[in-house]
Ligand binder design. Sequence first.
Ligand SMILES: Cc1cc2nc3c(=O)[nH]c(=O)nc-3n(C[C@H](O)[C@H](O)[C@H](O)COP(=O)(O)O)c2cc1C
Length: 512
Amino acid sequence: MIPVSTTRPARTHARVLRADVRVALDGATDTVTLHGPVSSLVLRPVRGALRTVLDRLGGEPLPDDELYEGFTPAERVRAAALVERASQLLAHSVLSGDEAPLRRELVRLEQTARDAGYEPAPVDTDAAVRLSRFAFCRSRDGVLVLESPLVKFRAVLADRGARELTAALGQPVAAGRAGEGTGLGPQESLDVLAHLIGAGFAEAAGPDGTFASDTEPKLRQWDFHDLLFHSRVRSGRYDGIFGAVYPYQGEIEPRPAVKPVPPGEAVDLYRPLRRDIDARDPSLTAAIETRRSHRTYGERELTAEELGEFLYRVQRVRVHHTPGADSPGADEVISRPYPSGGSLYELELYVTVLRCAGLAPGIYHYDSYGHRLVLVNDAEVDRRSLLNVASRSVGFDVRPDVLITVTSRFQRMAWKYRAMAYATTLRHTGVLYQTMYLVATAMGLAPCGLGNGDADMSARVLGLDYLEESSVGDFLLGTPGQDPAIAGDPGPEWHMVNSPEWSLPGEASFAP
Ligand SMILES: Cc1cc2nc3c(=O)[nH]c(=O)nc-3n(C[C@H](O)[C@H](O)[C@H](O)COP(=O)(O)O)c2cc1C
């Protein structure tokens, strides 16, 4: 097949200042500052042709011959250098084939990362083309945009024909026919395709008829949502507002640092004494080196005293900071035994008690301020539902003494952080897991973190609003049994490396 490249690219490829860029001119010093959503650019001195090109960029999208019209070769070189420098604050536009003033902007590509760049791709009219598996459309600032975690541009689908062409790319279609019925002319469709393929939103099938986003081994192993999440929770690839910016300050009240205790019967928990724990705890190294995941449990029941000690050492509130005259405007925060970004401590624990001496079976909220358990659900069927999901994660019917559901009060994080709030919550969940593992190990109990739980079902049985507070982690706890994976020889396929003696319990460990 003979590749047919798009024609008239210079006439249909235009540049324009992004709509979200503000231009500030200081006439006294000939300084122009371009204020973008996340970065600004100061240009100095801006006179003559440079001033003209900036004025033109602030109007309708213009192809190069109109952008630099009337310039001497030297002026054109300097103006092109300015356009290059301001690239992140400019958009690429694909224009219809009409002459001005009928000419329309079909698609606008806005750069979302500093190091972005693309060339329109040659398009073979017979080639099958399709959207990348990672591309998606959404409404942003009232317009339909096409985005992808693989692409450092955002395509604003300005024109109805471009929107319909994009929709047609939901399934493989011959490039030359993709624009049929969209209102775009054949050449206009090819122009838009050249940019969408060149940037990476769409792809042409390979010689075997497959698409790279389906078959290339690295891409194949990325789930759509995982790659999108990864691309947005670290700064650099996307131009959204990022970090501790308090986006809702003055508009929405922050959630209190301590969750209001839900209504229900409350049970005061045992409070361990620090000196007793100091006297019997193993060393930190002994706890770290002997920590294991346990999935079977002993004949002895967990006791309410052990559960009280465990929760106290893991999750109790140990400091409460209520901002006053000394720190006006500061966040209301608390402290717990593990670290938390911004001291926001958005995680809550719910304890499903299945077998515990001194505590009735039931699903309890842990009141970490009052160190109490508050009964939120006593239905046996709901305990079983939670346990069934945990059993699926483990691969067999587990019978822990308690199942701990970790929830997040999402708006605690989102009130302060943009883009990274949920990612930080997942990090906190990991921090909490390790704290639970180590405290359980130090106490001679049997811990196991789980990788999955049913956030909808647990929200229902815990009486929570899914969007306000729902589960992000699940953890099993019980008394240790004879776990064949732990006791004795692990088998010939396991090879101890780097100081095997480190994993043996020290003399001082496991007193209880
Ligand atoms: C985040 C996380 C998720 C886990 N998910 C599961 C799980 O769903 N099912 C399970 O049986 N074990 C789960 N585990 C336990 C791991 O399988 C275990 O930590 C790993 O095999 C290493 O063994 P060890 O903990 O005994 O050193 C999880 C552990 C973590 C930290």
